[in-house]
Design a protein around this ligand. Structure first.
Ligand code: BG6
Length: 484
């Protein structure tokens, strides 16, 4: 469905995010006919490009990231691109941008800030001063939103001086992933799960976001963040919220976000007192990944003076009626054994077996939501082994693979999210109080880590992280899903 006419202004348009994600996402939406005929994508950065030089840059990005593009659609898309040089530091260039935007004062106007967070404030202020913000305007900001609660508040405060909350779209690209949205469909479009979705029937939940890649060229940024800030504060807590929240009244943005907020507020604090039992930090050392030898984190960083974690495992608890006593084991890391993101909901065992010992072990049911790769949903159930040999039981997967079931291209998260910005739909974007609540849980963990003399534990690149993270769940008599 076509969206309304718009002008989208991308700051940081010659950067990595634009190259890998934004330009390809916009191309796909344009190719699928969702972008209206006169919509413009106005790209800005510090570089000296003419429109045509920027189009060439975008064409190269598309050739690299969308190898099966359609040449005709590519030309149509490139024709939508304009380029304006803006030096966000000195403030030069806003006049030229204004002249272009003033050509169409009545269309939706969105500013996408694909730049470092230290520039969000300045850009917003300058947009305000240049008279570029009106009732039809939206602004999109990327993570990281702050490095702790205090800096996040300051940042939100500055942006909030120019834009109202309903105009601010804080992107967490995990919320745009098909499989993440599917979590809501699974929970709230099926009557099957909801009655079982609580501490009486669920033993624990695991959320794993494992990456095979290292930090590569991003070591400079990454060393100031670490896995807890880079992945847990946002993506993983958002996943946890979608698994744990009460059914919202509707898909309306505030209904959904109100329920997520309650989950964040109910997270039991991790502090200096219990941090040793509930968290494990790791850092990869040289090893092998994807068939080749790879350097360790400190080698990539180029110095030894770092306590930044590239892996974290946590045992979180949600202190409310639905979830009391159900651990949520969370883990994420770079240079792990393979790229896999999944949510595992482990149900409790049956209360009593009517079968004899010869029937074999009865494994408790498990629901696995695979976010990537091989997107899909799997329910592990027990069945009788076929044949006349008596009652022998076996665990089998009821498997739904998106690729097989739908045979369509799996759109990138940014495609959905950018179109939601134009539509003004904030359901899949973080509200300011959610960001605050997420930091309120993360801050004490960072404080506890700083206070402790421990440093991250080493793990060899290409493994599942430090052994202490295995101990974290084994202490409770459980195992990580991959380890079975
Ligand atoms: C980003 C993090 O937000 O998400 C990166 O900053 C991480 O460090 C990336 O690699 C993972 O995203 P995806 O979509 O590849 O799982």
């Amino acid at each position: 469905i076509e969206v309304e006419e718009f002008d989208l202004v991308v700051f940081g348009a010659s950067g990595d995010l634009a190259h890998r994600k934004l330009i390809p996402a916009l191309y796909h939406r344009s190719q699928d006919g969702q972008v209206p005929e006169h919509a413009r994508i106005i790209c800005t950065s510090r570089r000296d490009y003419s429109d045509d030089e920027y189009r060439k840059w975008a064409e190269d990005a598309l050739k690299e990231h969308v190898p099966d593009h359609d040449p005709k659609s590519l030309q149509t898309f490139l024709a939508r691109l304009r380029y304006v040089k803006i030096d966000v530091g000195s403030g030069d260039g806003y006049d030229s941008l204004k002249a272009i935007l003033d050509e169409r004062p009545d269309v939706i106007r969105a500013f996408y800030l694909a730049v470092g967070p230290d520039l969000f404030g300045t850009i917003c202020e300058n947009l305000g001063k240049a008279g570029l913000v009106n009732g039809m305007t939206r602004v999109v900001i990327e993570k990281p939103i702050g490095k702790d609660g205090e800096s996040a508040r300051a940042l939100n405060e500055t942006v909030g001086k120019v834009f109202e909350e309903h105009q601010i779209f804080r992107i967490d690209h995990y919320l745009g992933k098909e499989t993440v949205q599917n979590l809501m469909a699974l929970r709230f479009a099926n009557a099957l799960f909801e009655p079982l979705w609580n501490a009486a029937h669920i033993d624990h939940v695991q959320i794993t976001v494992a990456e095979a890649l290292g930090v590569g060229g991003r070591a400079g940024y990454y060393d100031t963040a670490g896995a807890l800030r880079d992945m847990v504060q946002n993506h993983i807590l958002q996943l946890l919220c979608l698994v744990a929240m009460e059914p919202p009244e509707s898909m309306d943005a505030d209904s959904v976000r109100d329920e997520k907020l309650k989950v964040l507020k109910a997270l039991a604090p991790i502090t200096e007192q219990n941090n040793d039992r509930l968290t494990v930090r790791g850092r990869y050392t040289a090893g092998a990944s994807a068939g080749g030898a790879v350097p360790g984190y400190l080698e990539e960083l180029g110095h030894q003076d770092s306590t930044t974690e590239t892996f974290v495992a946590l045992k979180a608890e949600i202190a409310n009626w639905r979830w009391a006593g159900v651990p949520f084991y969370l883990r994420t890391g770079k240079r792990l054994a393979k790229r896999v993101s999944e949510i595992v909901v482990q149900f409790r065992p049956i209360p009593h077996s009517i079968f004899s010992q010869e029937a074999g072990t009865i494994t408790a049911n498990r629901l696995i939501i695979r976010l990537q790769p091989d997107e899909g949903v799997q329910m592990q159930i027990m069945i009788k082994d076929p044949g006349p040999g008596g009652m022998r039981l076996r665990k089998v997967p009821l498997d739904m693979s998106f690729a097989e079931a739908f045979k369509v291209r799996n759109p990138d998260a940014y495609e959905r999210l950018i179109m939601d910005v134009i539509r003004g739909n904030q359901t899949l974007f973080m509200r300011r109080d959610e960001v605050d609540a997420a930091w309120a849980w993360i801050d004490p963990i960072l404080t506890a880590w700083n206070a402790s003399r421990d440093t991250p534990r080493n793990y060899t690149a290409g493994t599942w992280g430090p052994s202490a993270s295995i101990a974290l769940v084994e202490r409770d008599g459980r195992t990580w899903a991959e380890d079975e």
